[in-house]
Ligand binder design. Structure first.
Ligand code: GLU
Length: 303
């Protein structure tokens, strides 16, 4: 299978797409990003990598960071984490509040914002935010095998200034005893983890620990790798998760920066970036591109 030829064909098709979606504008810094960027990278289990487009340009990984913090939290707290956050798809928007009220401050899953805030709060424990952010960065850099990965502080500040919904979610969970640190602290760490920037080359590299298969990762046990993949499949695209599973058939986690990390278990780690989003806040062309890749490679976990 000629993966480079497949990527080149996908790239050509994406260049001709006129409906690229709209960049996220609720975080002012992200509204500045041009919707014309496109990049896609694949790292395969046999150590090869394939790239097309602007694969060295760093972008805001946003909610893709939730995969790394979940891995960190599971490694540290183990299954205890599941007393504070569920494992069911929400069927609602990433920043929805209504379910939390009905479900007593226990978020449905670790990938909606409320769930990710709980995960970050759990990692924070009683440590200093700066130290914990350092730990998150170290984990991501180690996963990528690349130290040149940084936080964009302008993006973090921009989200901090406008992140009222996230603060509201955190305060609500604090009222239910499910937020152990001051909401401003946990949200502060969360805004900074979301503002980590990576290129698709770095993100595809960083996703290798989730490939499983013959080369188990030193970062996380195979059982936990399987579980994170299950959650990515069922919850990784918010209320678009069912559609992503239907179209692509692979576990994936999107971010409002337009990036998606997709895992073909035992085969490959894939990163795609196109900043224009669909109505659910997932990369529009990114989704089409991985749909094409899954068709061409027959990598869908459903055969
Ligand atoms: N930082 C974003 C927020 O909390 C992440 C959302 C996303 O990437 O889906 O609103």
């Amino acid at each position: 299978m000629d993966l480079q030829a497949i990527l080149n064909t996908i790239f050509d098709e994406m260049q001709g797409q006129s409906d690229r979606g709209a960049v996220a504008d609720y975080i002012p810094e992200l509204a500045q990003v041009s919707p014309t960027h496109f990049a896609m990278s694949i790292c395969t289990a046999d150590g090869q990598s394939y790239h097309v487009g602007e694969t060295a340009v760093p972008f805001s990984i946003q909610s893709v960071s939730k995969v790394f913090t979940l891995a960190l939290a599971l490694g540290r707290l183990g299954d205890q984490l599941w007393t504070r956050v569920g494992r069911e798809p929400s069927g609602l928007a990433f920043n929805s509040m209504v379910q939390l009220e009905h479900e007593n401050g226990i978020p449905r899953n670790p990938f909606i914002n409320a769930g990710a805030l709980v995960v970050t709060d759990a990692i924070l424990a009683r440590n200093a935010p700066r130290e914990v952010l350092g730990e998150i960065l170290r984990f991501v850099r180690q996963a990528a095998g690349d130290d040149d990965i940084h936080i964009n502080h302008r993006v973090a500040k921009s989200e901090q200034a406008t992140g009222h919904r996230n603060l509201a979610l955190a305060h609500f969970m604090r009222a239910h005893g499910n937020m152990h640190n001051a909401p401003e602290l946990s949200c502060g760490v969360y805004f900074h983890q979301c503002a980590i920037e990576m290129s698709t080359r770095q993100l595809a590299q960083a996703g290798r620990f989730l490939m499983g298969g013959h080369a188990p990762s030193r970062l996380l046990s195979p059982a936990r790798v399987r579980r994170i993949n299950a959650l990515m499949m069922t919850c990784g695209h918010y209320d678009g998760s069912g559609d992503f599973a239907f179209r692509v058939g692979l576990p994936g986690k999107s971010g409002v920066g337009g990036g998606i990390l997709v895992i073909a278990p035992g085969r490959a780690s894939i990163a795609v970036w196109s900043p224009g989003l669909d109505a659910q806040g997932n990369s529009r062309l990114g989704t089409v591109a991985v749909e094409r890749l899954a068709q061409a490679t027959r990598w869908s976990v459903f055969g």
